[in-house]
Design a protein around this ligand. Structure first.
Ligand SMILES: [Zn+2]
Length: 220
């Protein structure tokens, strides 16, 4: 009978595997994925896709219209683009890790969140900050700042007891009767009367009852 042999992964092997995981974060788009152009109709009540089936397929439970995405998640990570609308929304609504799609970490201080430092970081009040970045698991909270260009420059690690879904970011179209220009990056809260005129790309939560775990850590 031949001898059975098995090689166990070394700590270095596991670290390489983990770093590979965070090099392709769940919520980031891959090269080859993009937003698709879709015919729009605008009425006094809001904007809609001209194709009723497409419109119905891209409205969430609150009636908000979401961007149409194309391509497959097979190419390299596109760090230059904003978070992938469909995967960002999944992670944000279900409170899944932005890096690996596993449940976000929780302890007695709340859920783990990692955010880039703001320009006025020294005076930043993080309570009630509104963000489109989903939470993270324990592993991704440690490793992601080492590979993500936004977090490498400095980030804050938070624990959050309340994280209410408060609105969306997206492209806001003017009411037809008022004229005006398109705002490509508008924040619309759920009680905003202009919400029917937005095509959403990012779900936004407001973080409350926050504990700052660490901040200002720049990775070399
Ligand atoms: Zn993770």
């Amino acid at each position: 009978m031949p001898l059975l042999t098995q090689s166990w992964p070394t700590p270095t092997d596991r670290l390489v595997a983990l770093r590979q995981r965070v090099r392709a974060p769940f919520v980031l788009p891959r090269k080859g994925e993009s937003l698709a152009a879709a015919s729009l109709v605008a009425t006094a009540h809001g904007v809609a896709y001209a194709d009723p089936a497409q419109d119905a397929a891209h409205r969430d439970i609150d009636g908000v219209l979401w961007a149409v995405c194309t391509g497959s998640a097979t190419g390299g990570t596109d760090y230059a683009s904003e978070l992938h609308p469909e995967r960002q929304r999944i992670a944000m609504e279900r409170l899944l890790c932005a890096g690996c799609k596993k449940p976000a970490a929780r302890d007695e201080r709340g859920m783990a969140w990692g955010l880039p430092l703001l320009d006025d970081a020294a005076d930043t009040v993080w309570d009630r900050v509104q963000t489109a970045i989903p939470p993270m698991c324990e592993v991704c909270a440690v490793l992601t700042p080492q590979v993500c260009p936004q977090l490498r420059e400095g980030h804050v690690e938070l624990r959050v007891r309340e994280a209410e879904l408060v609105g969306v970011r997206g492209t806001l179209y003017p009411r037809s009767s008022q004229g005006g220009t398109v705002d490509p990056d508008a924040l619309l809260l759920y009680d905003d009367p202009d919400l029917p005129f937005v095509i959403a790309r990012q779900s936004v939560r407001e973080l409350r009852r926050i504990t700052v775990v660490a901040r200002g850590v720049a990775c070399s």
